[in-house]
Design a protein around this ligand. Structure first.
Ligand code: 2AM
Length: 223
């Protein structure tokens, strides 16, 4: 008799515990509130609004995702390449429902996305699928992405602007990291949380003075 294949989830990832989620949302919202009042930001406001001298309320501009998480593998219920292989990895099976502390080291803001960069530990990298960093990356950006350390794409999506899909956050992060590596940094502003850098075309990167840690559970998610 043929055995029914176990169903694959939409994705696997580290999910922030509810109280951690609140703490991170508050801290990051405070940052957004400050960012849109900065002169340096206002100078480039047209990159967000498409018009000169118009204000933008970043808190309204970005829509909150439902549950904060850091995706490891997008499986699309088995339709994504390598989904089954990932789900069957010993390390994945062993890690389900266990706790991990994630470390957020930077925040990014672009006209499309608002996200938190996650610095993965050696242990956490074992759950990061091979080749995940470059999946769906534009050919022009591929060489720069391949030169970045594994796990560079790891992030928590904190918000997307209207009509933008969450998958964009990781792509925006990679673009920013590639520009940084090429030394393409513009204006820098010192803030309470850390150093804010402008990277052209409405891209902002805040390197946190102190990483923000968050307790999470590794699990799968299906809608
Ligand atoms: P995110 O990880 O950047 O937030 C469900 O859609 C989750 O899977 C979202 O969290 C989303 O983005 C992520 N996701 C969607 N499509 C993806 C893709 N093609 N590659 C990687 N992650 C994807």
């Amino acid at each position: 008799t043929k055995q029914k294949e176990p169903e694959l989830p939409l994705f696997f990832g580290w999910f922030l515990l509810p109280e951690e989620e609140e703490r991170i949302k508050c801290a990051t919202m405070d940052f957004l509130k400050t960012l849109d009042t900065l002169e340096a930001f206002k100078e480039h406001i047209s990159e967000f609004t498409g018009e000169v001298a118009k204000e933008v309320d970043l808190e309204q501009y970005f829509q909150n995702p439902l549950q904060l998480h850091c995706t490891t593998k997008f499986c699309d219920y088995g339709k994504a390449e390598g989904a089954k292989e990932y789900a069957e990895l010993q390390v994945v099976k062993e890690s389900l429902a266990t706790s991990y502390e994630l470390s957020v080291t930077a925040l990014i803001v672009t006209p499309r996305t608002f996200g938190a960069r996650v610095a993965l530990t050696e242990t956490q990298l074992k759950l990061w699928p091979e080749g995940a960093d470059k999946e769906g990356v534009a050919p022009a950006l591929l060489p720069s992405v391949e030169a970045l350390p594994a796990g560079s794409r790891a992030h928590v999506t904190l918000g997307c602007s209207a009509g933008v899909e969450e998958v964009q956050t990781g792509l925006d992060l990679l673009e920013i990291l590639a520009l940084q590596k090429e030394g393409k940094e513009g204006t820098q502003v010192e803030m309470d949380l850390g150093t804010l850098t402008y990277l052209s075309e409405g891209r902002w990167f805040l390197t946190l003075r102190e990483p923000i840690t968050a307790d999470t559970t590794f699990t799968s998610f299906s809608d």
